[in-house]
Every structure is written in structure tokens, then in C-alpha cells.
Unconditional design. Structure first.
Length: 309
């Protein structure tokens, strides 16, 4: 590689995205640093490079990863995702223990701190339904906003779709959407979710994590609209989430999407269709040993339809 080959690549990708150096630098480093990197006068640190590549949303991320992303940081982020998965699987005590270990061994940089707080906020949100007094939503909101402020100290919640967000920032905003919905601040949740979706659509990315985030945001918008009794609009978002999942081969997200669809069908008295979906989902999640989803499906079927699946 030539001395400035990385800089040339970043400059070309930035121009393709029609971003200024200030746009690309926002929340990551100074515009001067971007200029020096592009001119080959500065080598970015691993966290900075990773954040820049995420913003640029390119498949070349994997190529650059070979040379610039340390095995230690990759293992750190994979461990963080594994902790979130433990919470999804209801192994919550183990998840909290693993998070404590992760925090103790966290690299001393802004991105890693933000990731640790993101994981903590995610676990707190997962625990809220079963222990709301121990994990109040307001405290989780403070944590999520503090994590976002690490890279976006003056974030404008009312006007940000033109901003290019890192995946951690996207996930934190999605948590805030979910918290507002949990507080029955449905209109606030809807507006923020729609702005987040607009931002993700405006800055298309080939990175898998962005595609998954987009699908989750769309599904959540459907759930919020259902709470507001705007059922037809809700189903349009669910259809869109399903289409995005199939287009991007994110089949693992279909269970939650179709479960949300079943919940909406139940609310609008389309109970036969609801029952058909739940029977299919119950069989699939039992086969694939997705215990958390299976429990939710069985509970909905029993409570709303009188079915034992």
C-alpha cells in the first residue's frame, strides 16, 4: 500500500456520499484530522477509522478491517453483542456478570465507553418489563442520552436526518425511541423513530448492522402506531419491515416482525389470521429453540385467543 492509499480511499468514499470533511468528522474527530488523513499525513487510530468507515457505509470496510482493525477491538465488540444476545435469551444474570467483566476490561477510548453504556442501557430496557422498579425507564433514558453525548454533545433530536450516524448512535437513538414508547410518550417516540428512519434511508449503507437497525426501527414504528390505534399505518410499516428483511436476507428478524403483525391482527379482530401466524411461529421457534420468542407467542395465543400452543 502506498503511504496515502487509505487517505485516497476515504476521500473518494466521502465524495461519493457527498459529505464535506466537516460532515464526516462530526462526532468522531476534527475536520483537520480528516484533511491530514486524506493527505496521508496522519494515520487514524483504530476507533476513529472504524467510526469513519461506518459512517461511509461501504463494503470496503471489510478490506480495511484486515489492515486496521485490531483483533482485540473486534473481540471486544463481539463480546458486547454476545451479552445483548444473552439478555434476549433471558440469561440476564449471566449477561450482567459478563457486562461487568467487559467494563473492567474496556479499552480507554470514547467508542468503547459508548459501547459499554449502550449494552447497559439495552439490558436495563430488557429488564424493565419484569422489574420496573429496579430498572426505571427514566434512569435508562439518562444513561442512553449520556452515551449519545459522548460523540454528539449537542445532538438536535428535532433535526438530524441529514447527519451521518455511527451504528452505536443509531442503536442509542432506537433505545430512546423504545423508552419513550414505554413511557406512553407515543408521539415523541413516533417522531424520533421517523426521523431516525429518514436518516438511515438518506445515508444508505451496505454494512449489515445498519440494515438490521433499519429493519428494527421500521418494525418498532409499526408497534408504536398500533399503540396509537393507527392500525392500517402500523401494518404498512410491518409490511415494509418484512420486505426489508427478505431483501437483505435478515430472516432472523422475521419472527419479531410477524409476532408484531399477529398482535395487530388480534387488536383489529382478525383472529383467524392471528392464530395462523402464531401457530407457524410457535412451531418454528420451538424447532429452533428460541425460548424467549416461543414464550411470548404462547402467552399471546393463550391470553388473547384461548389457544395453548
Amino acid at each position: 500500500m502506498q503511504k496515502n492509499s487509505l487517505g485516497d480511499t476515504l476521500r473518494e468514499l466521502r465524495k461519493q456520499k457527498r459529505l464535506s470533511q466537516e460532515d464526516l468528522a462530526e462526532g468522531i474527530c476534527s475536520p483537520v484530522s480528516i484533511s491530514r488523513i486524506e493527505n496521508g499525513n496522519q494515520i487514524p487510530s483504530q476507533p476513529v477509522l472504524e467510526a469513519l468507515l461506518e459512517k461511509l457505509g461501504t463494503g470496503l470496510y471489510q478490506i480495511c478491517n484486515v489492515y486496521y482493525r485490531s483483533e482485540q477491538q473486534q473481540a471486544f465488540e463481539e463480546k458486547a453483542q454476545a451479552i445483548i444476545n444473552l439478555g434476549d435469551e433471558e440469561n440476564i444474570d449471566q449477561a450482567w456478570n459478563e457486562l461487568e467483566h467487559l467494563q473492567q476490561n474496556s479499552p480507554d477510548d470514547t467508542r468503547s465507553r459508548q459501547l459499554c453504556w449502550l449494552v447497559e442501557a439495552t439490558l436495563r430496557l430488557q429488564c424493565h418489563d419484569t422489574a420496573p422498579e429496579s430498572y426505571p425507564l427514566q434512569e435508562t433514558m439518562v444513561l442512553a442520552q449520556k452515551a449519545l453525548a459522548l460523540t454528539r454533545p449537542n445532538f438536535d433530536y428535532e433535526n438530524f436526518p441529514s447527519s451521518v450516524l455511527t451504528i452505536f448512535e443509531v442503536d442509542l437513538l432506537h433505545i430512546i425511541v423504545a423508552i419513550w414508547a414505554g413511557m406512553d410518550r407515543n408521539m415523541d417516540a413516533l417522531r424520533l423513530g421517523e426521523r431516525l428512519y429518514a436518516s438511515l434511508k438518506k445515508h444508505e449503507s451496505d454494512v449489515v448492522s445498519y440494515q438490521r437497525a433499519k429493519i428494527n426501527v421500521v418494525r418498532n414504528l409499526g408497534a408504536i402506531l398500533a399503540k396509537m390505534k393507527m392500525y392500517q399505518d402500523a401494518l404498512q410499516y410491518i409490511d415494509e419491515a418484512e420486505a426489508l428483511s427478505l431483501k437483505n436476507n435478515e430472516h432472523s428478524l422475521l419472527v419479531m416482525i410477524e409476532l408484531t403483525r399477529a398482535e395487530i391482527y388480534c387488536l383489529i379482530d382478525r383472529k383467524e389470521e392471528c392464530a395462523d401466524i402464531l401457530k407457524t411461529l410457535a412451531a418454528y421457534t420451538a424447532l429452533t429453540k428460541q425460548k424467549t420468542y416461543l414464550s411470548s407467542i404462547q402467552r399471546l395465543a393463550h391470553d388473547k385467543l384461548g389457544l395453548d400452543l
